[in-house]
Ligand binder design. Sequence first.
Ligand SMILES: [Mg+2]
Length: 186
Amino acid sequence: MHIAIDLDNTVLDATTAHITYYNRASGKALTAADIQDFYIYRSYGWNQEERDIIYAKHGHDIHWHSAPYPNAADSLRQLSLQHELSIITARPMLFRDVTIDWLNHHKFTYTNISFDENKLEACIAAKVDVLIDDAPHYAEEFARMRKPIILYDQPYNRAVTSEFVLRAANWVEVNRHIQHLATGLK
Ligand SMILES: [Mg+2]
């Protein structure tokens, strides 16, 4: 299969790293429990422009200091033996180098990486069989197109349900869904 994989809050804990730097920038003391929105900056009352300034300043540190989720790197290494793995992140190209350095540092294995916000289009163009992501809007787009998506469970995506949305609470469950899909495609 050709599997596309998101980074933030799918293979790594982006929420904790964002909160650390956003708290420093704002003087607030939010915790992960306060984040109920996919767009973390909204919990700080910032508009997009305010967020862009903070992100440009701290984005490198946020991305470098994000912790991988348990079993994520091992899972990609195992999956790479049988599948084509394309990392697709909506991060801007500004953070390309730190992203690739981080993936190498944590021993992630993958075939390709691209920086693209329009994941549905990118997945169709690259003939991707399944996307693994946490974003509720991608899950809704994929479900509408009747394309399977493995949705990495997060507090802000629980309202999304569809027969095409396969929810996974951890990487053991992600692997279980992939095995199931791969068997169905044979
Ligand atoms: Mg994400």
